[in-house]
Design a protein around this ligand. Structure first.
Ligand code: PFF
Length: 454
């Protein structure tokens, strides 16, 4: 496929840098903040089993499909569909992705802002001597409390815009390569502390002893949404990043490595958080505040807790930023390529637009609950509708596009780097994207929304 854009395109410079950048996108608040509380709300171990299945049979095929589209087209998520399917409505998948990027950033930047406040609190030793109830109240008062969360959110958006101004290789790739491994090590340490707390056993049972009576249609939809959200798939982020991958790197290897890292971090976060939830008598179904209430409790029960807290929240901020930049990149690449605008202007426009929606989201959590629709405040609405509706819908069309439209030869050519490489599981991949993934997504989706009763 010819690249008609004559300016040389920025892109990732190495294999390891590519994996770090894509893993940087995937690993984020979705793993450490969202996964533990969604698991807590959905009954634990059985949910996790469903989740792992979805990652393997739906998540990885969708991710590889997105890589294929992006690298083949060398374009942003919208432009890629326009180029590969001229005069057909497939570009609408790109449009939905760009809308989802806005909506995700709106609430994600709120939570990323919370992590900044928690870093500040760790610095001033603000958790010290507080009971679990007091830590609970601390969180409630903060996030409902008006402008402070908004200020942190603006800080997040400015940092995200700032990194993006530096470009793909010198911005995205350079930072993610160092920071992701550090996060992993720290999580392992926290997980060990958590499972050795008195009373942690109940949490381990919750995580690893499946109770299948807890599984219903809505649980499976939550698992699907969580997998899409966590893997950054279904909205063109991976298409966009795929377009930056060198032609000689292996797409399937990248997809497997990233999916593995993403799953490992989510499970580790579950192991770090849920046993502590039980040990400190917090309800696992506490919701979005779970991590922010549990972790300060753990830190108080660790030698050197002050230090660990500082480190943890710093890394959480980094994990969040390596994800926010990837979501924002979807918008920036779209604006700059489709409207032939300088990257700098595209970044400024995207940052302003997203911040506006984001501030509304943050305020809907506290002083302005009237910012709501369909009985959910804006924050909850964006969180639920992107993960559980827009991303799976996007993913459905993406696998159908690759499985049925792009052409077997083209797909094989892209995944095998022009036939220079053996791709062992190609037929299985094709079977998954043609039949299993679309059917499974459609069924979970219709069933979960109550449109189809199984
Ligand atoms: N995968 C990120 C996380 O788990 O925190 C969030 C995210 C990034 C979702 C990029 C969607 C996306 F396109």
């Amino acid at each position: 496929m010819q690249n008609t854009d004559h300016s040389p395109r920025d892109g990732f410079g190495s294999k390891i840098g590519t994996i770090a950048a894509v893993a940087g996108s995937a690993v984020g608040l979705g793993n450490i903040w969202r996964f533990p509380y969604i698991t807590g709300e959905n009954g634990g171990a059985a949910f996790i089993l469903v989740y792992v299945f979805i990652v393997l049979f739906i998540g990885i095929p969708v991710m590889l499909s997105e890589f294929t589209i992006g690298r083949r087209a060398q374009r942003n998520a919208f432009g890629a569909f326009r180029l590969l399917a001229p005069r057909r409505p497939w570009y609408l998948v790109g449009v939905m992705g760009i809308a989802a990027a806005f909506m995700i950033l709106a609430f994600y930047s709120t939570v990323a802002g919370w992590t900044f406040e928690y870093l500040r609190l760790s610095l001033v030793n603000g958790f010290k001597g507080k009971s679990p109830e007091e830590l609970n109240a601390l969180f409630e008062n903060f996030y409902t409390g008006g402008w402070r969360p908004v200020i942190w959110q603006v800080v997040v958006m400015l940092l995200t815009g700032g990194i993006l101004l530096a470009g793909v290789r010198k911005g995205i790739e350079k930072y993610t390569k160092i920071l992701m491994p550090m996060l992993l090590v720290l999580l392992v340490i926290l997980a060990i502390r958590s499972i050795t707390l008195p009373g942690a056993m109940q949490g381990l049972n919750f995580l690893f002893r499946p109770d299948f009576s807890k599984i219903d249609a809505s649980t499976i939809l939550e698992a699907l949404g969580q997998a899409f959200f966590s893997m950054s798939i279904g909205m063109g982020t991976i298409i966009t990043y795929g377009s930056y991958i060198r032609k000689k790197d292996r797409l399937s290897e990248t997809a497997f490595s990233v999916a593995g890292a993403d799953l490992a971090v989510a499970l580790l976060a579950g192991i770090a958080i849920l046993p502590a939830v039980f040990a400190f008598g917090i309800a696992p179904s506490e919701g979005p505040g779970l991590v922010f209430i549990t972790l300060p409790n753990i830190f108080q029960h660790m030698p050197g807790g002050y230090f660990w807290a500082l480190m943890f929240f710093t890394l959480l901020i980094i994990a969040a930023l390596t994800s926010t930049i990837s979501v924002m990149e979807v918008v920036v690449a779209f604006i700059s390529e489709e409207f032939s605008l300088r990257r700098r202007y595209a970044t400024i426009i995207a940052t302003i637009g997203v911040t506006f929606l984001g501030v509304l989201c943050t305020l809907s959590q506290g002083p302005y609950p009237q910012f709501s629709l369909f009985g959910r405040n804006l924050f909850d609405l964006m969180n639920f509708s992107t993960a559980n509706i827009m991303l799976p819908t996007g993913g459905l069309f993406i696998v159908i596009f690759v499985g049925w439209f792009l052409g077997r030869k083209n797909v094989r050519d892209e995944i095998s780097n022009g036939g220079t490489m053996k791709v062992r599981l190609f037929n299985i991949f094709l079977f998954l994207v043609r039949f299993i993934a679309p059917l499974a997504i459609a069924m979970v989706f219709l069933n979960g929304l109550g449109i189809l009763k199984l």
